[in-house]
Design a protein. Structure first.
Length: 130
């Protein structure tokens, strides 16, 4: 992948290592409490959730950069969100890129979350389900 969305060659392994390091500090470090699924969510998310009905989403990060794919995925995950679930995006509540904000308005409305912004990243906002 090129440009702004580029990742390092070994990004999946780097992420696995980071999560494993975090797990080592857990009270039950011998139990794996995460699953990294590297797929195109616009194509595979409904099937994944169908195959894993026990799933709840604590964190979902969106980077679709446009209205329709974001809206459609939000509708898919809505039943899996709980109080305290966090939805983050680098273009949410960003005047120059309204697509993800419009998708949230359509899929979730305004009455079930609080909006927050990362203090060191002016473009990154996130929602916390209340």
């Amino acid at each position: 992948m090129l440009g702004d969305c580029a990742v390092t060659e070994n990004w999946v392994k780097d992420l696995e290592n980071l999560v494993e390091f975090h797990e080592q500090n857990s009270l039950i470090a011998h139990k794996k409490k995460y699953e990294l699924v590297v797929v195109d969510a616009s194509e595979t998310l409904p099937q994944y959730l169908y195959e894993h009905p026990e799933s709840f989403m604590a964190l979902a990060y969106f980077g679709f950069y446009s209205h329709a794919p974001t809206r459609d995925r939000l509708k898919v995950i809505r039943p899996y969100l709980t109080k305290g679930s966090t939805l983050a995006s680098d273009e949410l509540n960003c005047a120059g890129f309204p697509g993800e904000t419009l998708a949230v308005l359509e899929a979730l409305g305004l009455d079930s979350f609080s909006l927050r912004r990362l203090p060191l990243s002016p473009l990154t906002s996130f929602l916390v389900i209340e």
